[in-house]
Design a binder for this molecule. Structure first.
Ligand SMILES: *Cc1c(COP(=O)(O)O)cnc(C)c1O
Length: 343
């Protein structure tokens, strides 16, 4: 691995790091390509998933600013909102969550992530998808109104996907580069790192990490909502803001490294097709691993479809990042049970 060293900003240690990485033996054999899995679903139990890596840096910033409350937002079953609420409880902070639902008068049942949000005492404000479009101003107003009551709130954007949160996956990229180096020389030293994108911060962090370490590894991402153009802009924007606060110039052609695998949004964000749920169940049987329905299941499905068309699509070696989301399986238990009776 090249001998670059990155100067990281302050970080609160909350995740169980480093996470393990291991080979998916049966799927690799079946697909004829080496596929490893980076277990970021094991960053913790209640804190599990990719969001806690970003929150380690974001909450360090909130603490520096002397905040007593954190405010964030997400879908009803948001993994990010849950990780934020739990991490806040760990640090003795209050949390306020703006969660999206079609009918705020009839919020979804208290299950999965919502149950955990409630149990750690998060205050939940249910808002319509329309109101959610103005989430940033809603959260800013809430912070102002707390200020009037002598509380000091820190606003974390959707997915903690900003220039501070991106540090979490710069840090993770360094870890991944070490994991990959420890595999020894492969058929080809370059490895493709594949993961799901929902708000872009994970992907931006990986891209920046790859560039700062001058790594040969490719970064490919499967978007689970919107499309390639949208995420090229969102991820590019996070990278630009990152380098506004970074002492060095952005690496040239940073965005050329980005590969967005579009075409696997399916029925839309948070909605599953039977074939996606089927793949999740097959992976559980074959490898004892549980992809989630909203992110990793769709990304894995996209990766498998691409490999069926061309087994060398991502080169000789793949590392798939399992970014978590286990609690999202439970609210879909009926749909999953229906699939189980067929396969
Ligand atoms: C949020 C999330 C992602 C997507 O990460 P972004 O940084 O928001 O793009 C992927 N997987 C899971 C399980 C998530 O909760």
């Amino acid at each position: 691995m090249p001998n670059h060293s990155i100067a990281f900003p302050p970080r609160v240690s909350l995740a169980q790091l480093p996470t393990p990485m291991h080979r998916l033996d049966r799927i690799s054999r079946r697909m004829g390509v080496e596929i490893f899995i980076k277990r970021d679903d094991l960053t913790g139990m209640e804190l599990s998933g990719n969001k806690i890596r970003k929150l380690e840096f974001v909450l360090a910033r909130a603490r520096e600013k002397g905040c007593d409350t954190v405010i964030t937002c997400g879908g009803a079953q948001s993994n990010h909102a849950r990780a934020t609420a739990v991490a806040a409880a760990r640090l003795g902070l209050k949390s306020l969550l703006f969660l999206r639902t079609d009918d705020p008068q009839n919020p979804p049942p208290v299950s999965g992530n919502i149950l955990l949000d409630r149990m750690v005492g998060a205050q939940i404000e249910w808002i319509t998808p329309d109101a959610y479009r103005d989430r940033d101003s809603l959260m800013a107003e809430a912070a102002d109104s707390l200020m009037g009551r002598n509380q000091n709130a820190y606003v974390i954007p959707e997915g903690a996907s900003d220039a501070v949160g991106a540090w979490g996956y710069v840090h993770a990229f360094e870890e991944l580069a070490r994991d990959i180096a420890a595999l020894g020389p492969g058929k080809n030293d370059s490895t493709t790192i594949i993961h799901a994108t929902g708000s872009g911060g994970t992907c931006a962090g990986l891209l920046i990490g790859a560039a700062l370490l001058d790594s040969d590894h490719r970064v490919a991402t499967v978007n689970v909502c919107d499309d390639r153009d949208y995420f090229t802009e969102v991820i590019g924007g996070i990278c630009n803001r990152f380098f506004e606060h970074y002492p060095e110039q952005p690496p040239e052609n940073l965005m050329d490294r980005l590969e967005i695998v579009d075409g696997y949004v399916g029925r839309g964000y948070g909605l599953s097709r039977p074939e996606e749920l089927e793949l999740i169940c097959r992976i559980a049987r074959e490898e004892g691993i549980f992809p989630d329905p909203v992110y990793t299941g769709k990304a894995f499905y996209g990766m498998m479809k691409e490999l069926e068309k061309d087994p060398r699509r991502f080169g000789e070696r793949i590392v798939f990042i399992h970014t978590g989301g286990l609690f999202g399986l439970f609210p879909k238990s009926e749909d999953i049970a229906a699939v189980l009776s067929r396969i």
